[in-house]
Design a binder for this molecule. Structure first.
Ligand code: GLU
Length: 432
C-alpha cells in the first residue's frame, strides 16, 4: 500500500496519537473511553434543485466529537473527497485544538461530498441552505456552531446564517461564525488562520533566535489561510520562495510577493462574479514553474503546509529537506511521517496549535454576537496575539521540560484539560 492513506485509515491514524498521551499524563478509564470516539454523528442527504430543473442529492455529515468543554465547534467542508471518516477525524482535531488554546468548546466538523466548483452560484446557495435545514436540529449557540472550512467562505456562511434565522424565526447570529461582517461576522476573521500561524512561527523563530529576513519559506496551498499567511509573512520580512495550488507550483529564489500573484489569480473571478477562483498561481509572470509536489522537497527553512490532510506521508517524508514544518492545514503530516521527522530532529509546529487562529477569532465572533458587541479589528487581532502567545509558550516550555515534540506537548496540554473536565463532571455521564 502506498504511504498516502485513504480516508479509511485516517481516524485510526489520528486516534493512535491518543494512547501515548493517555499513558504519559495518566488519563483514567472513563475519560479514555469517552475520548476514543465521537459523541454524535449525523449523516444527511441534501437535495438540490439544479438550474436545469433536475434534482441532485449530495451526501453530507455533521460530527460532534464531544461537548465536554462547551458546545461543539468547527467548520463545514465542501469537497468531492469528503467522507464520514474524514469528517470524524477533523472533528477530533477540532476537539483537541479548542482545548489546546483553552476555548470553551468541544470539537465538531461538517462536510458535503460535492465538487462545489461545478455548481452555479444559485445551486451553491441552495446546497448551503439545504445542508443547514438537514442539520439544524443539532445546531445552536449552546450546542454546535459551524464555521467555514475548505471551499466554504463568508459568503456561504452568510447564506447558512440566514437559513438558520428563518428556521429559528428570529436572529441567532451566534449559531454560525465566519459570517460576513455586515451579518455580524467579526472583523479580522478572514485573515485569522493565516495571522495566527504567523504568530506561532514568529514565537518559535524568536526562541530559536532566527530572524525573519534570514528565513526562507515554501507554502503548499494558496487558499484563504495560505494566502493571508503568505501576505503577512512577506510583510514581516520572511522570504516566501514558493507557493502552490492543486494545479502546480511557482518558485523564486529572491522571494515572491503574494499580493500581485493573488491579483492575477483572481482577475477573472471579479469579471465573472464567481464564488471560487478558478485560475492557478501558475499564471503568475516572471517566476519559475515547478511540478506541484516538487515544492514539498525544496531546501528551505520552513515548509508551511496549508492545503489538505495526508500530504507528508511514509513515501515522501524522506525527501523533505525543510529545516522545520509549519502545519496550517489540519493533519497534513501522517503520524508515521511525523515520527520520522521527530527522529531526524525536524521540528513540526503542529496543526492543533498553528492553525487555531481561525477558531480563536470564531470564538471572539460568538462572544461579540452573544453580547451584541462589535469589536474593532485591532482589538480582535491584539486578543488573538495575546492568547496565542500565552498558549504557545506553555507548549514550547512543556516540550522542552518533558523532552518531547511540540505536537506531543500540545496534545498533552489539550487532553489534560478535557480529561480534567470529564473527571469533574462526576460518574453518571451516560445520559448525555
Ligand atoms: N475550519 C477552521 C478550522 O479547522 C475553523 C473552525 C471554526 O472557526 O470554528 O479550524
Amino acid at each position: 500500500m502506498s504511504g498516502q492513506m485513504d480516508h479509511a485509515n485516517l481516524f485510526d491514524d489520528a486516534r493512535s496519537r491518543l494512547e501515548e498521551v493517555f499513558d504519559a499524563i495518566g488519563v483514567q478509564g472513563d475519560a479514555r473511553e469517552r475520548l476514543r470516539q465521537p459523541s454524535l454523528s449525523l449523516q444527511v442527504s441534501v437535495p438540490v434543485r439544479m438550474d436545469d430543473g433536475s434534482l441532485r442529492v449530495f451526501p453530507g455529515w455533521r460530527v460532534q466529537y464531544n461537548n465536554i468543554l462547551g458546545p461543539a465547534k468547527g467548520g463545514i467542508r465542501f469537497h468531492p473527497e469528503v467522507s464520514q471518516e474524514e469528517v470524524t477525524t477533523l472533528s477530533f482535531w477540532m476537539a483537541v485544538k479548542c482545548a489546546v488554546v483553552d476555548l470553551p468548546y468541544g470539537g465538531g466538523k461538517g462536510g458535503v461530498k460535492v465538487d462545489p466548483k461545478q455548481l452555479s452560484k444559485l445551486e451553491l446557495e441552495r446546497l448551503a441552505r439545504g445542508y443547514v435545514r438537514a442539520i439544524a436540529d443539532i445546531m445552536g449557540p449552546d450546542r454546535d456552531i459551524p464555521a467555514p472550512d475548505v471551499n466554504t467562505n463568508a459568503t456561504v456562511m452568510g447564506w447558512m446564517a440566514d437559513e438558520f434565522d428563518h428556521l429559528a424565526r428570529g436572529k441567532v447570529p451566534a449559531a454560525i461564525t465566519g459570517k460576513p461582517p455586515a451579518l455580524g461576522g467579526s472583523l479580522g476573521r478572514v485573515a485569522a488562520t493565516g495571522r495566527g500561524a504567523l504568530h506561532v512561527l514568529d514565537l518559535w523563530a524568536a526562541r530559536e533566535r532566527r530572524k525573519p529576513e534570514e528565513t526562507t519559506v515554501a507554502i503548499q496551498g494558496f487558499g484563504n489561510a495560505a494566502y493571508h499567511f503568505a501576505r503577512l509573512a512577506h510583510e514581516r520580512g520572511y522570504r516566501i520562495v514558493a507557493v502552490s495550488d492543486s494545479k502546480g507550483a511557482i518558485y523564486s529564489r529572491e522571494g515572491l510577493d503574494p499580493d500581485p500573484i493573488m491579483e492575477q489569480k483572481t482577475h477573472n473571478q471579479r469579471l465573472h462574479d464567481m464564488v471560487y477562483c478558478d485560475d492557478s498561481v501558475c499564471i503568475a509572470d516572471d517566476v519559475e514553474k515547478l511540478e506541484r509536489d516538487e515544492l514539498l522537497t525544496l531546501e528551505v527553512d520552513v515548509l508551511a503546509l496549508a492545503a489538505l490532510e495526508n500530504q507528508i506521508h511514509e513515501d515522501n517524508v524522506d525527501q523533505v529537506k525543510a529545516r522545520a514544518v509549519l502545519e496550517i492545514a489540519n493533519g497534513p503530516v501522517t503520524s508515521q511521517a511525523d515520527e520520522r521527522l521527530e527522529k531526524r530532529g525536524v521540528p513540526v509546529l503542529p496543526d492543533v496549535l498553528a492553525n487555531t487562529g481561525g477558531v480563536i477569532v470564531s470564538y471572539y465572533e460568538w462572544v461579540q454576537n452573544r453580547n451584541g458587541e462589535r469589536w474593532a479589528e485591532e482589538n480582535v487581532n491584539a486578543r488573538l496575539a495575546e492568547r496565542l502567545e500565552r498558549q504557545s509558550q506553555l507548549i514550547f516550555e512543556r516540550a522542552e521540560r518533558e523532552e518531547i515534540s511540540y505536537r506531543k506537548a500540545a496534545y498533552r496540554q489539550g487532553i489534560e484539560r478535557i480529561a480534567e473536565a470529564i473527571q469533574l463532571r462526576g460518574n453518571c455521564q451516560d445520559s448525555e
